[in-house]
Design a protein around this ligand. Sequence first.
Ligand SMILES: [Cu+2]
Length: 647
Amino acid sequence: MRSLIVFCGLLALAIAAENCGEKTDVEAKQAKVKEVIQYINRPHIHSGGSCDAEASHLTAASLKEIGHLDTNSVFSLFDERTWPEAKEAVRLMMKAANFDEFITIATDLSHHMNDDMFLFCFNVAIVHRDDTSGVRPEFHFNSFPDKYIRHDQIVEIRHAVECGQDNIKVLANPHVFNDTDDAHKLLYWLEDLGLNAHHYHWHTVHPAIWTEELGRGKERRGELFYWMHQQMIARYDAERLSNDMAPTSVFENFDEPIEEGYASDLTVEHTGYRYMFRPEGLTLHDLPELTKNQLRLWRIRILNAINKGYAYDKEGHKVPLNNKDGINIISNFVESSVDSINRPFYGNIHNYAHVIASRIADPDGKYGEDNGVMYDVSTSARDPLFYSWHKFINSLFIEHKDMLPAYTHDDLEFKDVVVDTISVKGKEETIPNILKTFYRYRTIPLPTGFTFNHEKKVDVEHRYLDHEEFEYRLDITNNAAADKHAIIRLYLAPLHHNDGTEYTLTEKRTAVIELDTFLTTLKPGSNHITHDSTDSAVTYFHEKDQHHDCPCGWPQNLLLPKSNYQGMEWRLFAVVDDADEEHSEIGENCNCGSALSYCGIVSGKYPNSKAMGYPFDRHIDAHNVEDWVTPNIQHVDITIKFAGKHA
Ligand SMILES: [Cu+2]
């Protein structure tokens, strides 16, 4: 009986947010939220047309930590020096006794804080407060379009407005048409609007500054940091492969020149903040507040802990790592978050490397340059360095995972369940196991608020990678006499490197892309199961998911790698597991969107007790896939073809 209750709960969880608080007056609250942020990244005209801050309802003591970040800077969650102010702002907004008080405090704070920092903290509070259940944080592009559209294009829009043109429509990303050299080949992906918005919103759902005292406890937050970022790297490498490029390198030698450069051409129009260009071949330099030696020391201590199988907490107690919770503990001190068991000792390696990299061309501020895109969660994933850097961070996690025993056949098996076949069928194809990707255009209204477009309606046209919708088809036999509740994980793995050599099973392990995870019931005998690609548990699909509380989720349009004109082969794995056994620990929890696998839960118990990335998370003791798989794991090779521009 319990398992049935658990399973029904899970189904509900897969469909909509549960237990996040009662949804009341959602529309009115949403309107209030819009009102609070109406001047974010806009000319500072508060009511009455004054540029001065309004009188505050907050006490002087409350405001002591507030207002320190320069109004013309961007907010960096990676820069620990911003944390006291951000934590205090979130605390003040979380402790408000009711929604009206929350809005009053938020409005006050917005007048005293850097816009960018305020918006981040406000979004954190909206996601986590009980009385904002059903209220969505504004899609980040709508507040900061200039963190997504290149300055060149914004200048073009301004000229069109100033020349009195009507029905203005400007292509947002013409530069992604240039795919003749490596520096430009991947811009269609790196600068995808949904990808960068996902990364921003992910960090508002799981900010490194979050503590349980703020109101909600988060299970496995650290593990999710590892898994979601590993998936970003795997997907980036799949895109490189699609463009005939080798996997990205691991950036582990802090003295070596960084081969790839990156110029974002992004400027925050209102403040003039211009993200610094990073030319090719630059080497990291010490910053006045942080040296490369400090990063090296943290790395040595982290690797020591992983190799010994235990870490030291602040009191000097040994904390064992080679267990189920190890990845969570390690990730928290690698990122690091305030949940680190010992920040003074293990430091802040991931975050501070973002800071040091963002100031690479002007490390001591001699030239007064603004920081590069690596400084900012909403822009960092545009830079190829993000992926090389995260590959190094991921190598620490893999080092730990390699300390754990490989899964045995007993571990992998789901008794009495056999996956007979798996296939995919594209909606625009007649032949199964062939899928099509293509470029297409969408038109997005440019939010008003730049100094030049108050009066005029402006649309930007955005070219992006997409694919035909498709469905997964599985034939599964349940040899037991009763129904079985199953959880089905779907992964896509590359087959060949760009030099033609085969991916080994070990290489596939970190290269697999999670496409979906879903639940089903297997009745005794044969079962034919179909599942739609647009229902993915890793993506945010605006057409279907805009009613959810969070705009967090990998963009649906990038679910599949682009592949190439000739057609590339990929291996699709289906891993079918016992849902009742996996979910025996489920309790009350709250999630905020459709992308449970990548965006996790806001609070409560995790609905899935297996390691994230199971069963590819651990090393594989087999020479080939046939020796490794059990009857409940099946695979098929599929072809993905890039068709150019969609008709
Ligand atoms: Cu991140």
